[in-house]
Design a protein around this ligand. Structure first.
Ligand code: SF4
Length: 468
């Protein structure tokens, strides 16, 4: 079974999609590392299945170009994303791994195979490199969701590290919590220590939180129309202005202080949670910097729920950020191991549903819930996303995706409140049951609803998407 760290689940990167942008980007980088760059005269990429069908809208071609070009999604300045792509397209050349410039015409060298799929996974890419001696090499990679990449012939294992508390199923997590008399985040912390020093874990988790906070702040202060041709207007910034009603602030810290101050009505809190989620996913749709959590399409749910706790819970403590991330990460891992976090395999239940379950469990942990209540909250949140399809209009991660994050966040908060008032020993459905059910539902779901834009809203809403 896979050993997955919280840092495999939460990854800083560029929108709009973990499976269709981040995964292909990482695959391209990996391909460059695995070939003899000084000998290469030409490269080509073939996109299969869902990567072909919604790749344009999800920026797969852009991600592949930047990955081949030696750009990294964590460090590239956001403003360079479109600029570097524009340069590659204009000059019809790429600087392979940042080391060797070769001819590259994206129109000819990125091939969208709309009607072909490879058997292992719906998101497949084949990279080919041609060498000066007339020979060449090709590698096949699969973007299996959440930015994870598997190479043909490799097992889907991110780490073979032996952990103190191995967890393959939800019942393993319960067992360790009972046996060790620890809560969920304490068990996960012990496992993370097998990979990293305590300071490194804390520092990196706070960096992840800072990236989430910055995405919310940027989204709440950026007006305009999202790219891609759907003409979707950004809503977080006007909502932020309305809710703050002219209160002054100079930076993200002061912005949070202003949100936190004063009494808040139920309606105001609902609007703020939506505003936080909208902000992140508008940034995601605009090729901005977000944190994959567990995917990019669902990147707004966890920041919105953690920000809700930070701004509106009287019991919030700074250490809750670490607790929240550890708990959410473990719940995301359980879904990845037992079902899927790829919409191309399981529809939107695998994205928004999983992020909502992660946030619900994490919020419950921070609000003092027992291990059983944490798992109960995660179960409740997923139970009410089961069967949710993926049908992005125009293949863009905008409609229904952006609003869907607001719904995932609110469901997570509701699930937490139900679980905190509940007796988990009397629950009829366990977290393990709902993970198994989600897996079976994913298997039964028509391919039309698995990130292909072949069904649902994607075919019922008449739009004129201009290619850009
Ligand atoms: S509909 Fe859901 S799964 Fe599909 S792209 Fe949008 S957020 Fe992702």
């Amino acid at each position: 079974m896979e050993r997955i760290s919280v840092f495999d689940i939460f990854k800083i990167g560029i929108g709009p999609s973990s499976s269709h942008t981040m995964g292909p980007w990482r695959a391209a980088q990996r391909f460059v590392r695995e070939i003899d760059v000084p000998q290469v005269t030409h490269v080509q990429v073939e996109l299969y299945g869902s990567l072909a069908k919604t790749g344009k809208g999800h920026g797969t071609d852009l991600a592949v170009m930047l990955g081949l070009n030696g750009d990294d999604p964590v460090t590239i300045p956001v403003e360079d994303v479109q600029a570097n792509v524009a340069r590659i397209e204009a000059e019809k050349s790429i600087c392979l791994g940042g080391k060797r410039t070769i001819p590259f015409n994206p129109v000819q060298d990125i091939v969208f195979l709309f009607e072909q799929s490879l058997p292992y996974h719906a998101n497949a890419l084949v990279f080919r490199a041609f060498y000066t001696n007339g020979e060449g090499v090709s590698h096949t990679y699969y973007s299996v969701g959440g930015g994870f990449v598997v190479k043909e012939g490799e097992q889907n294992i991110s780490s073979d590290k032996e952990l103190i508390f191995p967890i393959d199923h939800a019942k393993d997590l319960s067992k360790w919590c009972v046996q060790e008399k620890k809560n969920v985040s304490e068990i996960v912390w012990q496992n993370e220590l097998c990979w990293r020093e305590p300071d490194e874990i804390r520092t990196n988790l706070m960096l992840i939180w800072t990236a989430m906070r910055d995405a919310m702040y940027k989204g709440c202060h950026t007006d305009g129309i999202l790219p891609g041709g759907l003409e979707v207007t950004r809503r977080a910034a006007p909502l932020n202005r309305k809710l703050l009603a002219g209160k002054p602030y100079r930076n993200a810290e002061e912005w949070i202080q202003q949100i936190t101050r004063g009494d808040h009505s139920f309606q105001d809190i609902l609007k703020w949670v939506s505003c936080f989620a909208l902000a992140v996913n508008e940034e995601n749709a605009a090729f901005g910097r977000v944190v994959t959590a567990p995917t990019n399409g669902a990147a707004g749910v966890i920041p919105a729920v953690l920000m809700y706790h930070l701004c509106f819970s009287r019991s919030f403590l700074k250490d809750d950020i670490v607790k929240f991330m550890l708990t959410a990460g473990e719940i995301g891992s359980l879904f990845k191991k037992g079902a899927t976090i790829s919409a191309a395999m399981g529809g939107c239940q695998a994205e928004i549903g999983v992020s909502s379950a992660m946030a619900a469990g994490a919020l419950t942990e921070c609000l003092g819930g027992s291990y059983g209540q944490v798992m109960m909250a995660a179960e409740i949140a997923m139970e009410h996303h089961l069967g949710m399809t993926c049908d992005p209009i125009g293949g863009l991660v905008q409609i229904p995706c952006i609003e869907r994050n607001t719904m995932g966040a609110i469901k997570a908060i509701t699930a937490t409140q139900i679980a905190l008032e509940g007796d988990f020993t009397k629950a009829k459905v366990s977290l393990g049951d709902v993970i198994k059910t989600m897996k079976e539902t994913a298997a039964d779901m028509s391919n039309k609803y698995k990130e292909t834009a072949d069904g649902g809203l994607a075919v019922n809403i008449s739009v004129n998407v201009v290619e850009c």
